[in-house]
Design a protein around this ligand. Structure first.
Ligand code: FAD
Ligand code: SF4
Length: 512
């Protein structure tokens, strides 16, 4: 029976389940550039260009091996703009009698797919996404009987299952599971990351850039310069470059932030991995090989592997385990609108402006900027969880709901009530001052708590804790912070809270 095999923009892997068993004589592969998907949140132009170009290159690769592909370009006059419309059109025009898809990374699209069998009147097979290292059933089994779903224990099971950084006696390599305590060094003075790769633009990429410029210039973010890898070969070059030149320092400076350095020693592979140009196990194996060959230290390699084998798989597990109810959570009842400085309006907070600048220019900022600058501010200021999630989903080239939502709602905003994070990632300006050189350039002073020059993070930090005292005072990981607050004189407490009100007013008035 001739099949239509739909490939989504983040399924650009030859090993994707829906391409297995393909019959080159009968089957057709469908890829489509859709207005609905590019605009349901206003995705960063670089993200749209990266995905369209990667899809077109992936298609060329399939066609070169004799696979029949129906590729619907955005500006094709017949393009209906939606998945359902394009699948319907292809089935009808090509007279195909079954549809094969791989499960998507978003609950909304899964629901859509589940309605297709009835709508199309042909069998629809939704296959599991076997590129992930833990299946839904495996994750669900792991959660059974657990009061808390801590990533660390899930990660240890994944290390054992995939024999990554494990010794023949069943012990973790080096004797410890986790070397995070070695991975919190502040940046050295004058620190710069080694140069990154910039890829030559192919004719396909140039055509896509012209299209995106014409259609999506009003979205937040700079389209050019465009430096992304768009093929598996180029993505593998990025990975090799990281393993050779950056991985050795990844651990030490994982939490550091430096002005003008968006990547430092981070890998910048998440967009490629999430779109399917790279696969998680091959990345972990290459990192382990670097350690075994003596070219990268254990704290760096273990820390890096934990992000992929641990955090990434765990985050996906959380999303599918708790959806759709997860998306409605807002455990701290936050409602404040997102200030304009998230979209590039001026702010005197240098750290926020710098993280937003990196985001605007590269559709990227590294984990600590996302968590401890833009995320931390949103948490302390009580910004509306939906608006914050929409921002993260739109502005980063690696953002898909399965990975964005638990990171934003769960890890960053504590909006899931503590499933992902055992305590809120809340920090004052002191943390940012220690881990970056941002404060040197700022109009605010990280050492001041109150007054015109006081760093806004400071009063907001205490105000946040006191605002949610009922939730956090009993938290076993937070007794120290509340005992510090209790030791402040009542007048000091009062002035801190008054400062927080002034800060929030300035934020609303656009003058922070
Ligand atoms: C509020 C917030 C939103 C985020 N949204 C996304 C998102 O939409 N998409 C996304 O891929 N990551 C997201 N992350 C996680 C993380 O910040 C990015 O994966 C990372 O910054 C990507 O850059 P990199 O490739 O240089 O990563 P590195 O720091 O080099 O890490 C290596 C890889 O580990 C994986 N990884 C690391 N941390 C996480 C994590 N917490 N969750 C899942 N994978 C992880 C990524 O695949 C990454 O490429 C978010 C984090 C926060 C705090
Ligand atoms: S002083 Fe405060 S607002 Fe300014 S850069 Fe430092 S932490 Fe950010």
């Amino acid at each position: 029976m001739a099949a239509l095999r739909l490939i989504l923009a983040d399924q650009l892997s030859e090993s994707i389940a829906s391409l297995q068993g393909l019959d080159k004589d009968q089957d057709t592969v469908l890829l489509c550039e859709l207005m609905e998907e590019a605009t349901y949140v206003h995705h960063h132009p670089k993200k749209i260009a990266f995905l369209f170009s990667a899809m077109r290159h992936f298609t060329a690769g399939l066609e070169a091996t004799g696979v029949r592909v129906r590729y619907v370009k955005l500006d094709d006059p017949a393009n209906t703009g939606s998945f359902t419309g394009e699948v319907q059109r292809a089935v009808k025009e090509l007279k195909l009698s079954r549809l094969i898809v791989t499960e998507p990374g978003e609950y909304r699209i899964l629901q859509m797919m589940q309605g297709w069998q009835a709508a199309l009147g042909i069998p629809v097979e939704i296959l599991p996404d076997t590129r992930f290292l833990a299946s839904h059933a495996e994750f669900a089994a792991w959660t059974k009987g657990k009061k808390q779903l801590r990533m660390e224990f899930f990660y240890r099971d994944m290390r054992k299952k995939h024999a990554i950084l494990m010794e023949p006696d069943g012990k973790p390599t080096g004797g410890e599971w986790n070397y995070d305590k070695e991975n919190r060094k502040p940046p050295k003075a004058g620190m710069k990351s080694p140069p990154r790769i910039s890829h030559k633009k192919s004719a396909i990429t140039k055509e896509v850039l012209a299209l995106v410029k014409e259609r999506f210039s009003h979205h937040f973010g700079m389209l050019e310069p465009f430096h992304y890898a768009v093929t598996r070969e180029e993505a593998l070059m990025e990975l090799e470059h990281f393993i050779t030149h950056l991985l050795p320092n990844f651990g030490d400076y994982q939490d550091a932030m430096v002005t003008g350095e968006p990547y430092l020693y981070h890998s910048f592979i998440s967009s490629y991995l999430n779109a399917g140009l790279l696969l998680p196990l091959e990345i972990c194996e290459k990192a382990e090989t670097a350690y075994r060959a003596g070219s990268a230290p254990l704290n760096a390699v273990e820390g890096f592997i934990r992000q992929i084998l641990g955090w990434r798989e765990y985050i996906r597990g959380i999303y599918w385990h708790f959806m759709p109810e997860y998306s409605e959570r807002n455990s701290l009842n936050t409602t404040r609108p997102l200030p304009d400085f998230y979209w590039g309006a001026p702010t005197d907070m240098f750290c926020v402006a710098e993280a937003v600048r990196h985001t605007r220019d590269h559709a990227y900022s590294h984990h600590i900027q996302r968590l401890m600058i833009t995320g931390n501010f949103a948490l302390l200021a009580g910004l509306d969880v939906k608006a914050v999630q929409e921002w993260y989903l739109a502005v980063y080239s690696d953002a898909y709901e399965w990975v964005e939502m638990p990171n934003t709602l769960g890890m960053s905003l504590f909006g899931d009530g503590g499933i992902v994070a055992s305590k809120p990632y809340a920090a004052s300006g002191k943390y940012i001052h220690r881990m970056s050189n941002y404060c040197e350039k700022c109009n605010y002073d990280p050492d001041e708590m109150t007054g015109e020059k006081a760093c806004p993070f400071n009063a907001l930090y205490w105000d946040f804790l006191v605002r949610h005292e009922d939730k956090f005072r009993g938290n076993q990981r937070m007794p120290y912070v509340f005992s510090t607050w209790d030791k402040f004189a009542p007048e000091k407490q009062k002035s801190i809270r008054a400062q927080a009100i002034t800060t929030l007013r300035k934020m609303s008035g656009g003058t922070l």
